[in-house]
Write a protein of this length. Structure first.
Length: 406
C-alpha cells in the first residue's frame, strides 16, 4: 500500500543540516539554516546555560537542531527494542523510524501522513479506547468509526464481534490497535487471536496502526511485542507509534517514535520522507535531551540491564496490585466473580463502575477515577487496597458489579 507514497525531496532548509554535518571538507560553512554560529562555526552554549547545567550535574552537549527525523542512534535503538536486534525487517531496511514528541506525536504524524496519501480512507478505532485517539484522527481529517472490542459481561475482548466487523471493513481503511495493556480496559488479545486477526488484515488489505505506550508492563519487554513482530513477519505493511513516557518515566521529555513497516527498503525511504514532511508541517524537529538519555541507557549493557530490571519490577508491582484488588473484592463479595481482573494486564482495569459510582467514590471516599470507570492500578498503594475494595463494593450495591457491565 505504501507504494503510493511519493519521494519527498526534503525541506530546502532543514535538509541541508544532515548534508552539512556529513560533509568531510574542513572549509565547510553553513549559510543556509537559521542558526546562530560563533566564530568557530558551532552553535554556542551560553555560559548561563552551562552554569545551570553544571549545578544540576548534567553534561554540556550540542544544543542545536536535530534533523526532522530525530537522532539517528535513538531511532536505531527504538527499532531494535520494538522488533528485536536481528529482525529481518531491520536487516532488510523495511522499517523507517522517526523520533516524535511522545507517542501522541507519533499518532499525529502518522495520521497526517495517512490522510495525505489516503484522503478517502476511513479510520476504525476500538470501543472503548483512549479518548484522544478520536480527536487525533478526526483532527487529521478522517471520518472515525468504532469497532466492538470489549465484552462487558465477561470483562474480556469480544473477539467474535471484533473479527466480524473488521472482516467487512473497506480496503485501505486504517484500523487502530493497542499492542498491549489496552487503555482503558486492560483486556488484550491472545496470541492465537492476533494470528487470526493478521489473516483478516491481510485479506481485507487494511492499514494497521499500533499505539504502543506500555511496552514491558504487560507480560514483558519482548513478550509485549508479539503483535507487531508477528505482523512484520507476516509481511503486513503497518505503523507503530511507541512511547517511553511510562517505561522510562520520562513523561515531560516527550520521547516517542513512529515507525512504518514496509515491503522493501525503497518504500521505507519514501515513508521516511512522508514522515519528515509531516514533521516539518507540525513542529520541524524533536528535542534532544530525552532521546539522549534513552539512547545512552539502551546502548550501555549495564544500564540496559538495570533498566530492564526496573521495568520488570514495575510490571510485577502492577501484577501484585491487581491480584491484591481481586482478592480483596472477592473476599468482600464472594457471590460475584472478579476473575476477569486477573486476565487483564497493564496499568488499567474495568470493573463496571458507572458515572454515578465514580462520583460517589470521589465524594464519599476521596477515591478519584475517570467517568467511564477506568481504574489506574499504578495509582493504588498496597496499604490502600482494602480501603479501595470496601469503597467499590459499597458504591456498587445493591446491584452486583457483574450486572453493571451490561
Amino acid at each position: 500500500m505504501f507504494k503510493l507514497f511519493r519521494a519527498y525531496s526534503g525541506d530546502p532548509i532543514l535538509s541541508l543540516l544532515p548534508r552539512f554535518q556529513n560533509d568531510p571538507r574542513p572549509e565547510k560553512i553553513n549559510l543556509g539554516i537559521g542558526l546562530y554560529f560563533d566564530e568557530t562555526g558551532v552553535v554556542p552554549i551560553l555560559d548561563s546555560v552551562r552554569q545551570m547545567l553544571a549545578t544540576r550535574g548534567e553534561p554540556v552537549v550540542d544544543l542545536s537542531y536535530l534533523p526532522m527525523a530525530g537522532d539517528t542512534a535513538y531511532r536505531q535503538v527504538v527499532q531494535e527494542l520494538l522488533f528485536g536486534q536481528t529482525a529481518e525487517c531491520i536487516q532488510n531496511r523495511r522499517v523507517s523510524t522517526i523520533q516524535t514528541l511522545g507517542g501522541t506525536g507519533g499518532l499525529k504524524v502518522g495520521a497526517d501522513v495517512l490522510h495525505h496519501n489516503f484522503p478517502t480512507a476511513e479510520v476504525w478505532i476500538c470501543d472503548p479506547t483512549w479518548d484522544n485517539h478520536v480527536s487525533i484522527f478526526a483532527g487529521a481529517g478522517f471520518q472515525v468509526h468504532r469497532y466492538p472490542y470489549f465484552d462487558a459481561a465477561n470483562g474480556c475482548v469480544d473477539f467474535a464481534a471484533l473479527s466480524e466487523t473488521l472482516s467487512g471493513v473497506s480496503p485501505h481503511s486504517v484500523v487502530l490497535f493497542h499492542a498491549c495493556c489496552h487503555n482503558p480496559t486492560g483486556a488484550d488479545l491472545s496470541h492465537p487471536q492476533w494470528d487470526a486477526l493478521i489473516e483478516i488484515i491481510g485479506a481485507q488489505r487494511l492499514i494497521p496502526f499500533f499505539d504502543f505506550a506500555y511496552q514491558g508492563f504487560g507480560q514483558g519487554l519482548d513478550e509485549d511485542c508479539y503483535a507487531i513482530r508477528a505482523m512484520a513477519n507476516a509481511g503486513i505493511s503497518f505503523l507503530v507509534a511507541n512511547s517511553f513516557s511510562k517505561n522510562f518515566g520520562l513523561y515531560g521529555e516527550r520521547c516517542g517514535a513512529l515507525s512504518f513497516v514496509c515491503q522493501d527498503a525503497s518504500e521505507a525511504e519514501c515513508a521516511r520522507g512522508q514522515m519528515e514532511l509531516a514533521v516539518r508541517q507540525n513542529y520541524s524537529s524533536p528535542p534532544r535531551h530525552g532521546a539522549r538519555i534513552i539512547t545512552g541507557v539502551l546502548k550501555d549493557a549495564l544500564l540496559r540491564k538495570c533498566w530492564t530490571q526496573e521495568v520488570e519490577a514495575m510490571r510485577l508491582r502492577l501484577a501484585t496490585l491487581r491480584q491484591g484488588l481481586y482478592t480483596a473484592l472477592q473476599q468482600r463479595s464472594p457471590e460475584q466473580d472478579f476473575s476477569y481482573l486477573l486476565k487483564q494486564a497493564g496499568m488499567f482495569c474495568f470493573i463496571g463502575l458507572n458515572q454515578a459510582m465514580v462520583e460517589e467514590l470521589r465524594e464519599r471516599f476521596a477515591i478519584y477515577a475517570i467517568g467511564n470507570g477506568r481504574l489506574c492500578l499504578a495509582g493504588l498503594r498496597h496499604n490502600a487496597i482494602e480501603y479501595v475494595a470496601k469503597a467499590i463494593i459499597e458504591v456498587s450495591r445493591p446491584s452486583p458489579l457483574n450486572q453493571k457491565f451490561a
